[in-house]
Design a protein around this ligand. Structure first.
Ligand code: SF4
Length: 61
């Protein structure tokens, strides 16, 4: 699986990091970042993508 965050859509709400901190990090950044490959965390990544209020998380098989 591939995952990326569209920085133009991300509003830095922190939801993705809350759901899957292994892959997403907000930290001090203006937008969330992908910090690891989603391998092994696919379900949480998909959950985060579904929960993102602006649909900024794009996944691809
Ligand atoms: S859930 Fe979406 S809008 Fe919120 S920080 Fe993550 S990518 Fe950005």
């Amino acid at each position: 699986m591939k995952v990326r965050i569209d920085p133009d859509l991300c509003i830095a709400c922190g939801m993705c990091e809350e759901i899957c901190p292994e892959v997403f990090e907000l930290g001090e950044h203006e937008t969330a970042q992908v910090i690891n490959k989603p391998d092994g965390n696919e379900d949480a990544v998909l959950d985060a993508a579904d929960s993102c209020p602006t649909n900024a998380i794009e996944t691809e098989e």
